[in-house]
Design a protein around this ligand. Structure first.
Ligand code: HEC
Length: 479
């Protein structure tokens, strides 16, 4: 019952988020001169602030819901928005960021499926913040909150309603603390941690606790049964090993990830991932120097499935490895397709590319109903990658064609281009290479279907690898 209610509320919030943000974009983002909405024009109660937006009335709750998870003391963002003085000091740039839809950071466009943990302000909230700035950034009274209401249901308020996960069954910590320098490039560090599990484990949920939130940008989790991650770790004295584009081993499982503000990834009862006995957990830590030397020791907490597992979550990989991006091409489209051989339910979608990628569009094309956009990231930024979780698991029937379109800018107009002057770029894990891959967390109706799906998906990848190998990496012929 509770679950259904929460779900309904999420749909409403998602819809309002989509509708309002869409409307906002369509109206050219002015929005400042609009009349106060109906909630304001009720009784103003003799209190002369009642018709004005105030910090304590509306702005503080808005910032708390949408900004403070990063903009707080020790948070990931470079400054805090806690307290009236800070909010006032940063009000103008904040308004600018909000109106450009640059903050809060949320790469997917409004055309994407409704997603969990969506960071987005409704048109009402944008309006309200703009009015507060226009009306002189008033403080208001902490004891007399105004009658004005911001949209009471925000994605954040819904997300906190999920029942707590309880005590974890296993907790793993980085073996020692990692020193993140004050300055310099972002660091991708892989740290294998032995589980010592004597039997296979079914994993229902994973929680991540950043050690120092101001430097932990993201984390992803994998399992390795090959021992390769351990060997790479042993090559240097430093804890773990650094790599840029990929882990350097074939994970026996990927286990999702964490981004600031994300709730722990938890599957519904009866649905879980399997990790083989004896596996190492590998934490991929993405560190972003904060201006101060920090020592991070993050932890992950694992919850095993408590109920019999009906469905195993596996990873589907969609990629066209025959990627050749000619030098100086400012808009290079690269398409990968995969036709689902059986009915599949999708729980997570994680696109991955490097620096010259500029956008990604992921569609599902049903043979009767046509294409649906699953996820669109119009301005790709490698530093803001995560697993996107549809608000409701998405069922696609066998025969559905998944299609991914990555666009790359391999010209010198792309400030992120690792080659200046530009060079031909191919598929690979290094900084100087590119990728364009999408990972789906998926289940099937039956264990037989699951086996077939895994076999089929591997087969398609192998075919793509062979196709790519037929094209030697010389100079790309003019096309
Ligand atoms: C998920 C974390 C996160 C959330 C949520 C977030 N920010 Fe930010 N913000 C950042 C980071 C990190 C930066 C630094 C620039 C960057 O990395 O993009 C930043 C930068 C900014 C800047 C400076 C931009 C510039 O170019 O000078 C402003 C202003 C800002 N944020 C306002 C806000 C407001 C207002 C909200 C809420 C409506 C918000 N942010 C929500 C992480 C966040």
């Amino acid at each position: 019952m509770m679950r259904e209610l929460t779900y309904c509320l999420s749909i409403i919030a998602a819809l309002s988020c989509l509708l309002f943000s869409g409307a906002h974009i369509a109206s050219g983002q002015t929005g400042i001169s609009q009349q106060p909405d109906a909630a304001d024009s009720s009784d103003s109660n003799t209190h002369n602030l009642a018709s004005k937006r105030t910090y304590h009335g509306e702005v503080e709750p808005l910032l708390r819901a949408h900004c403070l998870e990063c903009h707080r003391e020790g948070g990931l963002a470079p400054f805090s928005l806690e307290g009236f003085a800070q909010a006032k000091a940063h009000a103008l740039t904040s308004l600018q960021m909000i109106q450009q839809v640059s903050m809060p950071p949320w790469p997917p466009s409004a055309r994407s499926l409704p997603l969990q943990h969506e960071r987005c302000l409704t048109a009402n909230e944008q309006q309200l913040f703009a009015e507060w700035v226009q009306q002189g950034r008033l403080a208001g009274h902490p004891s007399l909150p105004s009658d004005n209401t911001i949209s009471a249901v925000t994605p954040q308020t819904i997300q906190t309603k999920r029942p707590p996960l309880g005590e974890p069954d296993a907790v793993f910590e980085l073996p020692s603390s990692f020193e993140v320098p004050a300055e310099g490039d972002d660091i991708y560090l892989y740290v294998p941690i032995p589980t010592g599990w004597a039997k296979d484990q079914w994993i229902q949920a994973i929680e991540f606790e950043p050690g120092v939130a101001s430097v932990v940008h993201h984390a992803s989790f994998m399992a390795d049964t090959s021992g390769t991650a351990r060997e790479m770790d042993a090559e240097t004295k430093e804890m773990g090993y650094r790599r840029y584009g990929g882990s350097g081993f074939t994970a026996s499982n990927t286990l999702g990830g964490w981004a600031p503000g994300a709730q722990p990834m938890a599957f519904p009862p009866g649905i879980a991932r399997k990790v083989d006995r004896g596996a190492d957990l590998v934490l991929q830590m993405h560190y972003h120097p904060s201006g101060r030397v920090e020592h991070d020791r993050s932890r992950i907490k694992i919850h095993f499935a408590k109920e019999p597992v009906q469905k195993q979550v596996v990873e589907l990989i969609m990629a066209n490895l025959d990627l050749q991006i000619p030098a100086n091409r400012a808009s290079h489209r690269h398409v990968a397709e995969y036709v689902l051989p059986v009915d599949v339910t999708i729980y997570g979608i994680a696109p991955h590319a490097h620096q010259v990628a500029t956008s990604v569009l992921i569609e599902a094309i049903d043979f009767e109903t046509g294409p649906t956009i699953l996820l669109e990231i119009p301005r790709w930024n490698m530093n803001w990658q995560q697993v996107y979780v549809p608000r409701a698991p998405l069922t696609l029937r066998g025969g559905t064609r998944l299609r991914t379109t990555f666009v790359y800018n391999n010209s010198s107009s792309n400030p992120r281009n690792p080659h200046q002057p530009p060079q031909d770029i191919f598929w690979g894990e290094q900084t100087s290479d590119e990728m364009g891959v999408v990972f789906f967390d998926a289940t099937t109706n039956t264990p037989e279907d699951l086996k077939f799906l895994q076999w089929h998906n591997q087969n398609r990848l192998t075919a793509s690898r062979e196709e790519a190998a037929r094209h030697p990496r010389g100079k790309i012929e003019a096309q």
